[in-house]
Design a protein around this ligand. Structure first.
Ligand code: PDD
Length: 279
């Protein structure tokens, strides 16, 4: 498996980064995960645009986005990813002696790209729905940046895993914001409800597509809060994300949500999304 690191294409086992890399020392960087369907990256430009926003916010001197696009295509070809796969891109502030403040402006960012074959989650997850748990949101107040500092997400997801659940839902001030690696949407009296994009959630690329598909299907949309104490009263609940796609949630903290089965609106959106990705 070939990967790209700082200008070179080399075997995954030979790729090395410095122990002084600010990604290693400070989690000082951003990443993207992009899905490949039918040998074609899905919404690649949208992901690169979001990454550019994160890089601007963090003031990392990097502007090689056209190159990243070419690298992704070359790796898909070299690694024979001609059907389903994942592209992973990470850019950090580069390697420099450990000091909190930024290194000299000419420090080259560390740029890493991998492309691997990857399968979707088992059909049963989509057909029967999955469990989620709730957990306090202990993250920082810039969740809109897709930072590689994922410790709260890692701990929350592990907690879900240990409970036999697929996802952990972050709760801040009594509001359900998003999952550890997905956005969350509810259906209440026929209206799709999801938290508005702001500094407390990631503006999911899939979230955006689902809102567009819902609008096309004539499903009313309200970008607003889902209070955690109303979570078990919603009619339907589902997750959206690049690797998660559209996934129904049928139980939260061990108690059924809605009918305890994937809901009608969820299934319509799952179908519309599948038609779009050609699966
Ligand atoms: N996760 N919220 C969080 C915290 C996420 O990490 C993700 C994506 C999403 C969904 O965003 P998108 O639709 O753009 O993938 C929402 C990626 C896939 C990951 O960390 O693996």
């Amino acid at each position: 498996m070939l990967v790209y690191l700082n200008g070179d294409f080399l075997p995954h086992t030979e790729a090395r980064v410095s122990v002084d890399d600010r990604g290693f020392l400070f989690a000082d960087g951003v990443y993207e995960v992009i899905r490949v369907y039918g040998g074609r990256p899905y919404l690649l430009q949208e992901h690169l645009d979001r990454m550019a926003g994160g890089i601007r916010a963090l003031e990392i001197p990097f502007d090689g986005f056209d190159r990243l696009r070419d690298v992704a295509f070359r790796l898909m070809e070299e690694n024979g990813v001609d059907d389903e796969g994942n592209i992973y891109i990470q850019v950090t502030r580069g390697a420099a002696p450990r000091k909190h403040a930024f290194p000299p402006a000419d420090t080259p960012p560390t740029v890493y790209v991998s492309v691997k074959p990857a399968r979707r989650h088992p059909d049963a997850y989509y057909e029967e729905g999955v469990d989620a748990i709730t957990t306090p949101d202990t993250r920082w107040a810039r969740c809109d940046i897709k930072s590689i500092a994922l410790l709260p997400n890692v701990l929350a997801n592990q907690k879900a895993h240990a409970a036999g659940a697929f996802e952990a839902l972050f709760i801040r001030d009594g509001i359900v914001l998003e999952g550890s690696h997905s956005n969350v949407m509810a259906v209440v009296d026929g209206t799709l409800v999801t938290y508005p994009t702001c500094n407390y959630i990631l503006a999911g690329i899939t979230r955006d597509r689902i809102l567009a598909l819902a609008a096309r299907l004539g499903v009313p949309i309200r970008e607003g809060a889902i209070p955690v104490d109303r979570l078990h009263d919603v009619d339907e609940l589902f997750l959206t994300g690049t690797t998660t796609e559209v996934m129904p949630v049928v139980r939260v903290d061990g108690r059924p949500v809605g009918s305890g089965k994937p809901g009608v609106v969820t299934r319509r959106l799952m179908e519309a999304y599948r038609a779009e990705i050609g699966r």
